[in-house]
Design a protein around this ligand. Structure first.
Ligand code: NAD
Length: 427
């Protein structure tokens, strides 16, 4: 029987929520946007217009929307990191199922409240671990779940962030300070830590060690001739790989961050962008003279209850953005880089003249940043809410929590130079 589309409210009409909500345009039979809440007048009005929302369905905040009788089944919560749990709790109490952006929260103390509210109200909370839905990781997970490489002994992941992504997000941008966002490993690598826990579904992580620091994007590393702003007082702007003009105007990268302060203009001209970078735009600042304090590289090691181990390496200023994974099991291994869209499955081959056998699994490469995972995640969330079987990528909220517990512990381990035992959260 055809079903009515699920109705959604957008909570925080920033770039992430709007991306997920765009699923309603390609699949109107599954999803319909019927409300919005955002304190930002430009974003609120733009969304209201885009989805032809009546005034009584347009709100300043999530809290205000949740206080009204529920008028949709799901909420897409793309507020910033520190607003996730405070905005989600009232939505759960009002009976909304919530698609919630990662990372869940900046402190581990908020996790139990979210778990408890979801259990008590019988509502679903799905965390936007979009990489689980990327064909690359989904296909690897299927192989692991089918037992193709036996029991996992070692999981190694690497995230090479890239010089331009590091600069926009974690040096100049919204995730550059622990006090206002999160530790870097949580902000950038909670996906990778989640992938590790997802590959090890059912086995609890127990201990974490970690090392790292902020060594490069510091004032004492500023090159001779650099200034405070690329387009104001820098004499080496044309030679610099971190020029704001090169990244955000010439290369046209990261527009949804760099031009946030010009959103009221609609489509700013190049002249307006240059003026903005010269004056008050935080993305016009020299990367060696920002207010950043999050690390630019970090490595962590995790011990699991079954004696297996995982390591994750995050490196900020590399040339090529990419994520890789190497899983070693009792009966084989899987290795690959997501951006290459393929991985290799290896098995021992002890015959004379052989050493190992290889199967190369070639998937079509998606050009989007999350390997094609973003909208597949929305599709699965809607299946869960409709009570239909979900894919292997969707697991219980508790599994998402484990990756976060590792990130909190890694931060503590790195800061205090110790091995941190992980707490066991229970339902
Ligand atoms: N899944 C991923 O791979 C991925 C990638 C990038 C960012 N993120 C995460 O997505 C989230 C959103 O990032 P973004 O860049 O889209 O953020 P954003 O700052 O562009 O949007 C957040 C919006 O929330 C609104 N808001 C603030 N308080 C509110 C409230 N009480 N009620 C309703 N709205 C409120 C703000 O006005 C803003 O418009 C962040 O947590 C970020 O870490 C996830």
């Amino acid at each position: 029987m055809p079903q009515e589309p699920l109705r959604a409210v957008i909570i925080g009409a920033g770039h992430r929520s709007v991306l997920y909500a765009s699923y309603s345009k390609t699949h109107p039979e599954e999803l319909q946007v019927v409300g919005v809440a955002d304190p930002d007048p430009v974003r609120r009005e733009r969304t209201a217009q885009e989805y032809a929302l009546p005034a009584e369905r347009v709100f300043l905040t999530a809290e205000e929307l949740a206080a009204r009788p529920r008028f949709a089944e799901v909420a897409i919560n793309g507020t910033m990191d520190r607003d996730h749990v405070p905005t989600t709790l009232p939505l759960l109490e009002a009976g909304y199922h919530v698609l919630l952006e990662k990372p869940v929260c900046p402190t581990r103390e908020e996790l139990p409240a979210l778990l408890a509210a979801s259990r008590r109200t019988g509502t679903k909370v799905m965390i936007c671990h979009v990489l689980r839905f990327a064909p690359f990781y989904a296909a690897i997970r299927e192989r692991v779940a089918a037992g193709e490489i036996g029991d996992l002994l070692s999981v190694q992941t690497v995230e090479n962030v890239s010089y331009h992504h590091m600069a926009v997000g974690f040096v100049r941008g919204k995730w550059n300070r622990r006090a206002t966002s999160n530790p870097m490993l949580m902000s950038k690598c909670c996906h990778d830590l989640d992938l590790i826990c997802w590959m090890k579904t059912g086995v609890a992580p127990t201990r974490v060690a970690s090392f790292g620091g902020l060594t490069y994007f510091r004032p004492e590393r500023a090159p001779e001739g650099s200034g405070d702003r690329c387009l104001v007082d820098c004499r080496i702007e044309r030679e610099c790989d971190y020029s704001a003009y090169k990244h955000y105007i010439e290369q046209g990268l990261w527009g949804y961050y760099a031009w946030e302060c010009l959103e009221h203009l609609g489509s700013p001209t190049v002249e307006q962008k240059i003026e903005s970078l010269k004056t008050d735009n935080p993305y016009g600042r020299c990367v060696w003279r920002c207010d950043n304090d999050v690390v630019d590289h970090q490595a962590g090691a995790v011990d699991f209850a079954d004696g297996s181990v995982a390591t994750h390496n995050m490196i900020g200023g590399v040339a090529r953005p990419c994520r890789s994974m190497h899983l070693i099991g009792t009966h084989g291994e899987i290795q690959g880089t997501m951006e290459e869209g393929k991985f290799v499955v290896r098995h021992n081959d002890a015959r004379p003249g052989h050493e190992y056998a290889e199967e190369i699994v070639d998937l079509s490469v998606s050009r989007d940043m999350h390997g094609g995972g973003d909208l597949r995640l929305v599709a699965d969330f809607l299946r869960v809410v409709r009570g239909e079987p979900a894919s292997l990528s969707t697991t219980d909220l508790m599994d998402s929590v484990n990756g976060h517990l590792i990130a909190f512990a890694a931060d503590e381990a790195m800061a205090e130079g110790k091995v941190v035992e992980l707490p066991r959260l229970t339902d």
